[in-house]
Design a protein around this ligand. Structure first.
Ligand SMILES: NC(=O)c1ccc[n+]([C@@H]2O[C@H](COP(=O)([O-])OP(=O)(O)OC[C@H]3O[C@@H](n4cnc5c(N)ncnc54)[C@H](OP(=O)(O)O)[C@@H]3O)[C@@H](O)[C@H]2O)c1
Length: 340
């Protein structure tokens, strides 16, 4: 897989410092004031995955480009979402996605299709190691705590008939502190046992993230490598994104095409005409250029292809800014606001 930019800065010592220097210089040349302000307050984190994408290198992205995770694994920058993809068609449509070139599948125990999407890897003639496969501990399990989360991870491995996942996330922060931290402990154990390469969270609000960070800092183990959130121009989540990026986590964007509910927005129509791309392609490209890892879902072959055909154009700086809003308008659930 092609790797982007200075993510090799994950190595230690002087070379890391040198890479950091170069990374900062690179960012300084980048064009987005919003992220420059983030950079100025970065702690001594070894890698800044977003730095690669905020630079002029964004235009060199391909479907094979990856973002490097804190564990050292590489995550392809475009994922294929399978929420609401019925098990009856999941293998077939995932084979289609793999044929088109996606190498990253975002599944979950709650989606009921782990078996079929994992089977698609073999059916497409690919090795397990060719594809980045994600699952999530379902809310019912993580809300029950350590034992249920541990069981759920083992069930997912069995369902998918795989020896490991590339990423396991806690799907939502429900259940209270003890359950959340117990689920995290199960994830850390799974990672140490080789059952997953990387771990992270989904839908954690800043208060949940801080609670988890305090646990990790006090010796709880693991690193928040990935945060998965609903993110699109009408829900930027800048506070959460900044918090995660400062700590070197990669941010995945779900509902990147807002479930096809915003296609008539005048700005999208205008940019669609200007770039000769569909509204969905403009939205996916916006997500990539922001430095996120978008996870568009479709069961429709023409759309599966369309959603991956986003690497031959670049939105201009002005258009990126015009498409970005400060609205808070989720189109899906929003567990980030749930209490501790
Ligand atoms: N962690 C979480 O809590 C969470 C929550 C939601 C989603 N996710 C993940 O993120 C993925 C994406 O989110 P999502 O599925 O909710 O929303 P989405 O990807 O924004 O939108 C999917 C919807 O848009 C349609 N669509 C796809 N491509 C299109 C195109 N080019 N033009 C017009 N319509 C198009 C799809 O229809 P067809 O399928 O009929 O083509 C489907 O109805 C999920 O599949 C899942 O993997 C995670």
């Amino acid at each position: 897989m092609q790797r982007l930019g200075q993510s090799g800065a994950a190595c230690s010592g002087e070379s890391r410092a040198g890479d950091d220097e170069r990374g900062r210089a690179e960012i300084a040349r980048s064009r987005d004031a919003e992220y420059l302000s983030v950079l100025s307050s970065l702690p001594e984190s070894p890698i800044y995955p977003f730095a690669d994408l905020r630079s002029s290198m964004a235009r060199t992205l391909t479907i094979k480009s990856t973002q490097k995770l804190l564990s050292g694994s590489e995550m392809p920058v475009l994922g294929y979402g399978v929420y609401k993809t019925p098990a009856s068609v999941a293998e077939e449509v995932t084979v289609e996605a793999l044929r088109v070139g996606y190498r990253h599948i975002d599944s979950a125990a709650a989606y009921g299709n782990e078996n079929q999407v994992a089977a698609a890897i073999k059916s497409a003639g690919l090795a397990r190691s060719d594809v980045f496969l994600t699952t999530k501990i379902p809310p019912a399990a993580s809300a029950s705590g350590y034992e249920a989360a541990r069981q759920s991870i083992n069930d997912s491995l069995r369902q998918a008939a795989t020896e490991y996942f590339d990423l396991i996330l806690i799907h939502a922060p429900f259940g209270g502190k003890e359950a959340r931290l117990g689920s995290w402990r199960a994830l850390v154990e799974a990672q140490r046992a080789g059952k997953t390469r990387s771990i992270g969270v989904s839908n954690f609000g800043i208060h949940h993230l801080k609670e988890l960070d305090a646990y990790i800092q006090s010796g709880g183990g693991g690193q928040i490598e990935v945060g998965q959130y609903e993110i699109h121009p009408w829900l930027g989540r800048s506070e959460v994104v900044e918090w995660l990026w400062k700590r070197g986590a990669v941010v995945q964007a779900y509902c990147p095409i807002v479930r096809n509910q915003r296609g008539d927005e005048p700005i999208l129509q205008e940019l669609s005409r200007k770039y000769g791309k569909t509204p969905a392609q403009v939205l996916i490209r916006w997500s990539l250029q922001k430095g996120f890892v978008p996870l568009p879902k479709s069961v429709t072959p023409s759309r599966i292809k369309e959603n991956a055909d986003v690497f031959d154009f670049e939105l201009g700086e002005d258009d990126m800014a015009r498409l970005t809003t400060d609205k808070y308008e989720p189109c899906a659930w929003d567990p980030t606001v749930s209490p501790l």
